[in-house]
Design a protein around this ligand. Structure first.
Ligand SMILES: CC(C)(COP(=O)(O)OP(=O)(O)OC[C@H]1O[C@@H](n2cnc3c(N)ncnc32)[C@H](O)[C@@H]1OP(=O)(O)O)[C@@H](O)C(=O)NCCC(=O)NCCS
Length: 177
């Protein structure tokens, strides 16, 4: 995977007006971009969530009901730091870091479009979120994940998350920064 930090211009003006993007390549060598997003990107993000499968995919998210899903995504953009993965002007992945400044910590959530899973998109979104959390001076990132969400657990462990709490069907994982 490349991390060449190129600022993309021209072809994606709606994203590029103010937010820089990083060019990456997936496991098959196909290009995609990742970068922070804001409310201007909500409709593109909803294009992904409208067709997202399964819905919900994890712990009730994304919400199956369209209005609730839009409200959830909008709230996330408003309260969290959000990252999108793009391919050909289309959103193919979304991650959010919800800051809890009282605890110098952030909660992490991530969703990759079903047609693009297992190709490294989630890895890149997670990597970027961790980098941002470090820049913000957060001390840790945490998340909850279902016991049987093997892909997610593999991804988190590869990025250094460790189990901090386990109950019957859910694990809490934490990455100390
Ligand atoms: C979890 C999710 C975000 C991962 O994104 P992704 O783009 O598919 O992740 P990546 O391709 O970067 O990495 C997935 C890793 O899991 C591995 N994997 C795939 N299937 C697996 C399985 N059945 N068991 C274990 N690992 C598996 C892949 O090989 C890859 O590891 P590698 O990079 O060492 O080869 C994505 O699958 C998703 O959106 N799932 C639905 C929503 C969800 O569950 N979100 C997480 C909420 S906690």
């Amino acid at each position: 995977m490349e991390h060449d930090g190129i600022l993309i211009d021209g072809s994606k003006g709606f994203l590029m007006e103010c937010l820089p993007c990083i060019q990456c390549r997936d496991k098959l060598g196909s290009p995609f971009e990742v970068g922070e997003c804001n409310l201007d990107d909500l409709s593109r993000l909803m294009d992904m969530y409208r067709v997202f499968s399964p819905k919900p995919a994890s712990q009730g998210l994304p919400p199956p009901e369209p209005g609730t899903c839009r409200q959830w995504a909008k709230s996330l953009i408003e309260i969290a730091i959000n990252f999108l993965a793009w391919r050909e002007n289309r959103v193919i992945g979304h991650a959010a870091l919800i800051k809890d400044l009282k605890r110098d910590s952030g909660e992490f959530v991530i969703f990759v479009h079903q047609d693009f899973r297992n190709s490294g998109i989630g890895t890149e979104l997670t990597r970027l979120s961790i980098q941002k959390a470090k820049e913000l001076g957060l001390k840790s990132i945490w998340l909850t994940v279902s016991m049987n969400n093997f892909i997610a657990v593999k991804l988190y462990r590869k990025q250094g998350f460790e189990y901090s709490d386990i109950d019957e069907c859910e694990r809490t994982m934490i990455l100390k920064l």
